[in-house]
Design a protein around this ligand. Structure first.
Ligand code: BG6
Length: 486
């Protein structure tokens, strides 16, 4: 990799301090940042060089793991940091000086990270263009959720497209940077075992659950406008669903994978009218106990104590395709739930005839359980004889492939991977405009229906598994949420 220029617009904001700068610090510590690279941390607030450096140092200390921050390493890292005072909306404030910081070499990669609110994207891109800072080797990186709905997402995409080619735009979904998520593709497409049973003939249903223990973490202003559907389902959960449901791409190129993902998103059965009441549950947490500690309710974390925003969503989703006809996908995500976890359960059909029925033995269906975090595991539930138990009873057993615990892989590791991919021009793990469009097209009518019907979210206690109504979403009696502790 050649030395590059990386610019963080919104450099002193939450995303930059929590994820981007720790990811870059770690990348440099691991030797992945070539000598001569520059990281420009742009901010609108007047601060001198030393002030800015010490703010970044403090934040790194708090957001990196304790043993990761080293004074020597920080001294090295701080040398490539270049604080820049810039008003993103006003070309007369700081832009000339900013422009002078770039090297003239056209082959040098420039990466512009828009860690700011989307309403500023336009002026940022326009100013970069006016100052001729956008070169062939420039890339633009933006965060999810892109937009608020299909219309606003398309408006943002149009704006960016005026200044950057689609191939230069990298839309981040940090879940795609998680190693365990990449492992999903490997599991599916490098093992013959699963290929022939990955469809409605063999699979009963699939569950995707992302549960969080955290609440708003000081992001009330952002979150209350957005809610769990836009914050998590429109992007992270639908992306996981895509990786589980796609047909095999003919190669692992970004183009081939994207085509398959778009096919899945377009085949999602639209949820409309009364289907929405039957197939979705939205919830909001009230106070409760997490790890034996009392935590306040969602409304207490807001300023005006009034909000219908959902902090929990459960959905039943069908994909209308030959492969997935009739297979329900159950998605669930929420804040302030009992445990932090992300896992996928693929439940296979029961055997067609139970030859053990005369001895009253009950057979449990096979399950493939893919734990993404905090534990990284792939488990296969099989039925076997309880050997050594003195009886000839059948028991479910787990084949367990344990990759360790991903407390060692903080979220900023996903950013590290994705930032380096973007610098290297590898867009495989990024979201294409067509995917954003297809995802919003499916999500919008659900949110509009909720709004039009003014349905209040179901309340659930912090520390629970969400509203009990989410247990009623299942198609069949034998289906229920997998116990995350298992
Ligand atoms: C972000 C959401 O995209 O993902 C947050 O905006 C959420 O609300 C976070 O907390 C979860 O990410 P992770 O990697 O901690 O599961």
């Amino acid at each position: 990799m050649q030395a590059f220029d990386l610019v963080i617009f919104g450099g002193t904001g939450d995303l930059s301090m929590r994820k981007l700068l720790p990811a870059l610090y770690r990348a440099q510590a691991q030797g992945s940042v070539p000598v001569g690279s520059k990281i420009m941390v742009c901010s609108r607030k007047q601060k001198d060089y030393d002030q800015m450096q010490s703010i970044i140092e403090e934040k790194l200390k708090s957001f990196l793991k304790t043993d990761e921050f080293e004074v020597k390493q920080w001294q090295k890292f701080s040398k490539i940091l270049q604080p820049v005072l810039l008003d993103l909306t006003d070309l007369s404030k700081g832009w000339d000086k900013f422009a002078s910081l770039f090297e003239a070499k056209s082959e040098r990669v420039r990466l512009f990270y828009l860690a700011v609110i989307p309403s500023i994207y336009g002026s940022c891109c326009k100013n970069l263009s006016k100052l001729k800072l956008i070169t062939e080797n420039s890339r633009l990186v933006v965060e999810k959720p892109l937009g608020y709905d299909l219309t606003s997402a398309e408006a943002i995409n149009e704006t960016m497209a005026k200044y950057f080619k689609e191939a230069q735009i990298y839309r981040i979904d940090h879940y795609l940077g998680k190693e365990t998520v990449q492992n999903l593709l490997t599991l599916r497409f490098s093992n013959f075992l699963f290929e022939n049973i990955w469809d409605s003939k063999a699979i009963d249903h699939i569950q995707i659950s992302i549960s969080e223990q955290v609440g708003l973490e000081g992001r009330a202003g952002f979150y209350d406008d957005v809610g769990a559907m836009r914050d998590m389902v429109q992007n992270h959960l639908l992306q996981l669903l895509c990786l589980l449901a796609i047909d095999s791409p003919n190669q692992l190129s970004s183009e081939a994978i994207r085509l398959e993902k778009v096919k899945v998103l377009k085949a999602l059965r639209p949820l409309l009218g009364d289907d929405i009441n039957k197939s979705t549950v939205r919830g909001q947490y009230v106070s409760g106990l997490i790890n034996d500690k009392k935590v306040t309710g969602y409304l207490d974390e807001l300023d005006d104590y009034q909000s219908n925003t959902e902090t929990f969503v459960a959905l039943k989703v069908f994909i209308d395709s030959w492969r997935w006809a009739g297979v329900p996908f159950y998605l669930r995500t929420g804040k302030r739930l009992k445990k932090r976890s992300a896992e996928i359960v693929v439940q296979f059909k029961s055997v067609t005839h139970n030859v053990y029925s005369q001895s009253n033995q009950k057979l449990k269906p096979n399950q493939l359980i893919i734990k993404l975090q905090p534990d990284e595991k792939i488990q296969l539930r099989l039925m076997a004889n309880d050997i050594g138990g003195g009886t000839s009873s059948l028991e479910p057993i787990l084949l367990n492939l344990d990759f360790g615990n991903n407390q060692n892989h903080p979220t900023s590791s996903s950013y590290q991977r994705l930032l380096l991919d973007a610098i290297n021009g590898n867009s495989t793990l990024f979201i294409h405009r067509d995917e954003v469009k297809a995802a919003w097209k499916w999500v919008d009518p659900i949110i509009e229906h909720w709004k039009a019907n003014e349905t209040s979210p179901e309340l659930y206690s912090a520390g629970s598994w969400g509203p009990s109504k989410s247990n009623e979403i299942f198609e069949k009696k034998h289906q229920y949420w997998h116990d995350v502790n298992k």
